[in-house]
Design a protein around this ligand. Sequence first.
Ligand code: VTB
Ligand code: MG
Ligand code: MG
Length: 328
Amino acid sequence: MKLSKADDARSPANLHRTLTLEMVRVTERAAVAAAEWRGKGDEKAADDASVAAMSKELERVSVAGRIVIGEGEQYECDHLYVGETVGADEGPEVDIAVDPLEGVTLCAKNQPDSLVVLAMAERGGLLNVARNVYMHKIAIGAEYAPETVHIEWSATENVKALAKAKGVPVSEITAIVLDRPRHAGLLEELRTAGVSVKLLSDGDIAGVIHAVNTEDTGVDIYLGSGGAPEGVLAAAALRCIGGQMQGKLILDTPDKRARAREMGITDPNRIYDVSELAAGDVLFSATGITDGSLVEGVKLRRHWVETNTVVMRSWSQTTRWIKARHAR
Ligand code: VTB
Ligand code: MG
Ligand code: MG
């Protein structure tokens, strides 16, 4: 226990702990707005509602904020675009990464695991990636030695190495993988090795978090590719809860490579670890929209609304689950 460290007045923490509650209000507000669109089959309306609510609530947060991972480029969207200035313009200078509706399809279909996600870091702390870029990712728990697995090894090599480190047969390893045609080869390899695979229809921020929380989830490893923004957001969470992850951007077009260069990425083949994806003091907040494996969803009742949020802070390594009732 590091409870004594939690007194920020005498600590070197750059992001004050009270910011966590301000962030919770932001993701809560966005989740309630998105929840009104659950099951309506309209992905865009749900996304727009969440974005607008998040954007509005962010204005009240005591930071001089800058969006570094947002909804798109400035010419593509009105709110939460890359480079947008957000916050009340008081307090620390921070960078902000958002996914206002992670799992938009899940929300539109009212299926489990849609979330609102926001991470905040000291200026320059988050890898800047465009919304349309993908990332190869691998993640395992903090309990393993560094270099137990490696993003450049084959899936077979990785699950064998992990099984050996864990002291179990490969058939007792559970991997979590996004269910996409691009993963057909990966899946084939995992099946041949005898691994149990948990397929995700969407939502690989939660997928990576589950892979490092093996004790809670039974999942041992995340493998495959997903959104690069989701990779940075997952890394922000891992900075707070522990866990290992490597990420490699997939810059497969000249346009993506050019934009990445503008955003400060000099080596397109670089392999990033957790603290290179999200450095310095980091805060992470996620509120459930639909019920999910990470947090429960919004309950919209006649007289009140209930939200469930998980909020984390790297400096103190705290995770809090905040269940809130709001008057309607
Ligand atoms: C993931 C997942 C998202 O996109 O990163 C994924 O976390 C990857 O992209 O929820 P494709 O869907 O294009 O394969 C989502 O599924 C949707 O944003
Ligand atoms: Mg989104
Ligand atoms: Mg997403």
